[in-house]
Structures are given as C-alpha cells and as structure tokens.
Design a binder for this molecule. Structure first.
Ligand SMILES: [Ca+2]
Ligand SMILES: [Ca+2]
Ligand SMILES: [Ca+2]
Length: 342
C-alpha cells in the first residue's frame, strides 16, 4: 500500500507521467483508484451473471482469425481457461483477473502453451474461477491451422532435404535422423540428434544452405534488429550434457560461398535448455562470433548482414567424457517484427 501511495504522489508531482502511472495503478491496485471497480465488484457476493461460452463454434486460424470466450460475474475474480485439444495433448492456458471475459481479456489466436501445437478438430475449454472454485466447460472447433509468417529453414516434414549436409560421427547409439515418437511441436516429424562420441565434442551436424530454402537463398531483409532466428528444441529428461551450437555464415562478397578467412560467421550456443520442448528465439543482431565457445571478432565486415546469410548450421556437441547425449529439433524459422509464437 505504501508503495502505491508513493507512486501516486510522484505521478501528481510529475504531471507528464500521470497517464502511465495511473495505468500502472489500475493494473496493480485497482481498489486505490477512484475510477476503478465499485466495492460491490470486489467484495459483493459472487454469482455467475453469464455462463461461459465461446463467441463462435468454429475458428479458422489459417486466415488470421481469432476467437474469444465470454462470461460475466458479479464480482472480480481470478480465473483460468484451459483449452485442450480433443485429439492430442495440445494445451493453451489463458489466465486473468476480472469480472468479464471478452475479446480483450480472453481471446485465443491459435497459439499453444504446452506442445504439440493444435491440430484441426474439436477442443474442450474449461473455465476455473477462484471465487467459487467452479468449473464450466464449452467447446470450440479449429477448422484451419495457424501458419506463422516467416522464412522456414526446416520443418522436417518431408524427410532429409538432399541440399542439406548431415554428418554424424560413427559413435554409439547415433541417431541424426527424422523422428516422430516423442511429442511433435510442429507437423508430424522432428529431427533427432543423439549419440555417444568418446573422442570428440562433436556428435554430429547439419548444414542448411540458403539454396535449400529457395533459388535466391534465405532472402532475409537487411535490418538485423528486426529478424529473429527461432527453433523448437527438446531436451530429454535426465540429459544435461548437450550443447547445441547454431552458426550463421555470411557470403558478404556474393560469390555464392562463405569464406572463413574473411567473411563473418555468427553463432549462438545453447547449453541450458529446459526439459521438454521449448522455442528458442534469437535476434539476428544479438548473434556473436565465437571461437571455441568464447566471443571473438568476426573476420568479415564485422556487421550483421542477414541479407547475405549463406548457411545456417546446427552442431550438436557434448563433453566426450560425459557419454550419451540427445536433443530433438523442429521448426527452424526466421521471423520479422518479433519472435515466433506457436
Ligand atoms: Ca515438424
Ligand atoms: Ca563469399
Ligand atoms: Ca557481415
């Protein structure tokens, strides 16, 4: 309470930030605002004024459509909507605190909280409200799938592209192949990188040249501050020794190849993945040149040039003393204007 009042005084003193500060106050401590909800909204008896329902029975996410849920209560309460696919383990969770569920507070754009992504078919949405611990359910059917816009480097849906280079050491229990037995975050397939190599950090690698994406390469825009590299990665339970290294090789002089001696190669090294699937997103301008895992000066023009990107490489490594390692990978895509939402 003290902190809120102090903020209020500052906002009065600095008239220029009144709007910003009051919206903060409304968000955090609604009961201190004269324009906030009435006491009845907060402390009155809780009743459901409008039952939980979807605003539409069917939603086509492929045409950028979104849907929302509706409900109304007599007082403000915390609530949680859990949308579960009836055909898979896909789950989307929407949480809020209000006395109304509408387009503003409870809309769904087809994204997923727990993978896999939602497929076509019916879903069950469950509304839990804190005030009376009640659960209400409703149905919504997905008729079209969300298709994120961007440059897809690899989704592994059509096997190994002949333009990719896949190299796996001849270690023990090597995979480096398409897989589909775990949860699949996108489509029906992912790429499985696994093996035990006791003489080298490198377990295997895959090169994805621009020519595998299209005749004119990746065709990324030139502003590195507005391009994100995204990939779905999966760390199996109990495996903590994996190192996933992505390299981005630029062809600055446009001769069709990356020359290590005098062109930039940027990278991102991932060693602390969470268990299960996650989306890793890196802004192109945040990529760094690495030598043996340490930052170094790039050897080319020392500028991030996504429009000159020639090849993306994924190297999978582990300390040779630590034995078997494995990481799954899916849906590698460059997006603009923000990280990938699946
Ligand atoms: Ca896939
Ligand atoms: Ca070159
Ligand atoms: Ca460069």
């Amino acid at each position: 309470m003290k902190r809120v009042l102090m903020n209020k005084n500052i906002s009065i003193a600095l008239g220029i930030i009144v709007l910003v500060a009051s919206s903060f106050l409304v968000g955090c401590e609604r009961n201190t605002e004269a324009e906030g909800p009435s006491l009845n909204d907060l402390y009155g008896d809780f009743t459901v004024l409008q039952d939980f329902e979807a605003n539409q029975e069917t939603v086509d996410f492929s045409s950028q459509e979104s849907m929302h849920f509706k409900a109304r209560f007599s007082t403000i309460t915390s609530w949680r909507i859990t949308i579960s696919s009836d055909n898979s383990d896909a789950i989307k969770i929407i949480e809020g605190r209000s006395n109304i569920l509408d387009e503003e507070t409870a809309s769904w754009d087809g994204t997923t909280t727990l993978f896999p992504t939602f497929g076509i078919g019916s879903c069950t949405a469950e509304l839990w409200t804190e005030a009376d611990s009640s659960i209400q359910t409703t149905k919504v059917t997905v008729s079209g799938l969300r298709t994120p816009s961007g440059v897809v480097v690899a989704d592994f849906e059509n096997g190994i592209n002949p333009d990719w280079t896949v190299f796996a050491q001849s270690g023990a229990n090597m995979t480096f192949t398409i897989g589909n037995t775990e949860v699949v975050p996108q489509g029906d397939n992912y790429f499985d990188m696994g093996g035990a190599v006791d003489w080298d950090y490198l377990i295997g690698l895959v090169d994805f040249p621009g020519t595998s994406v299209g005749p004119n390469g990746f065709e990324l825009p030139s502003n590195p501050d507005n391009i994100y590299f995204n990939v779905a990665l999966y760390r199996p339970e109990g495996i903590t020794n994996g190192i996933v290294l992505f390299r981005f090789s630029e062809d600055e002089n446009g001769d069709g190849t990356f020359t290590e001696a005098n062109e930039d190669q940027y990278a991102v090294e991932l060693t602390d993945l969470e268990e299960g699937w996650q989306i890793v997103s890196v802004k192109y301008s945040d990529l760094v040149a690495l030598e043996n895992g340490q930052p170094t000066t790039p050897k080319g023009n020392n500028q991030h040039n996504p429009d000159k990107l020639n090849m993306v490489s994924c190297l999978f490594l582990a300390n040779p003393a630590t034995g078997y390692s494995q990481t799954l990978m899916d849906y590698m895509i460059f997006t603009t204007d923000g990280p990938l939402k699946l």
